[in-house]
Write a protein that binds this ligand. Structure first.
Ligand code: GTP
Ligand code: MG
Length: 151
């Protein structure tokens, strides 16, 4: 199965939304295979968001991501990269559908509480940036046979 990188940003952590966010991925049927809490440096945030270097909000975004503890996670599951983005909702919470994490829990684009990889290539790069291979676990979830069809 594929893997995606998901981070709860400092606003999500400070607002007490860690369990709420993890719960939505967990209840869907995705499997948590890596998790840690850390305050990234600004240089690290710049690496994470390197694609956005030219954007006017880049500096503020990197300042913000490095302003406090972040929950960094790797989730596993069939279609988890693209469906993870659906669970998260549109970048701007004003445009995210109700029922999505940002739609239900955030109001402005600069404080949208969560990050998710936007494709297979970025997922791979972001997992490598945030995690060492030995920080990821490989296990069979107890309910997997009820989530997936036997093959
Ligand atoms: P991430 O999952 O965090 O990568 O969000 P995304 O993929 O939905 O959006 P994108 O990668 O384009 O932008 C990264 C982050 O930059 C967003 O999550 C926002 O927090 C922030 N951002 C994007 N556009 C704007 C903007 O127009 N203004 C501000 N202030 N922040 C923005
Ligand atoms: Mg993005």
């Amino acid at each position: 199965f594929e893997h995606t990188f998901i981070a709860i940003k400092p606003d999500g952590v400070q607002r007490g939304l860690i369990a709420e966010i993890i719960s939505r991925f967990e209840r869907k049927g995705f499997k948590l295979v890596g998790i840690k809490i850390l305050t990234p440096s600004k240089e690290f945030a710049q690496k994470h968001y390197h694609d956005l270097t030219e954007r006017p909000f880049f500096n503020g975004l990197c300042e913000f991501l490095s302003s406090g503890p972040v929950i960094a996670m790797v989730w596993e599951g069939q279609g988890v990269i693209s469906y993870g983005r659906k669970l998260i909702g549109a970048t701007d919470p004003q445009k995210s559908e109700p029922g999505t994490i940002r739609g239900d829990l955030a109001v402005v684009v600069g404080r949208n509480i969560i990050h998710g990889s936007d494709g297979p290539e970025t997922a791979k790069n972001e997992i490598n940036l945030w995690f060492k291979p030995e920080e990821l676990v490989n296990y069979t979830g107890n309910s997997e046979k009820w989530i997936y069809e036997a093959n």
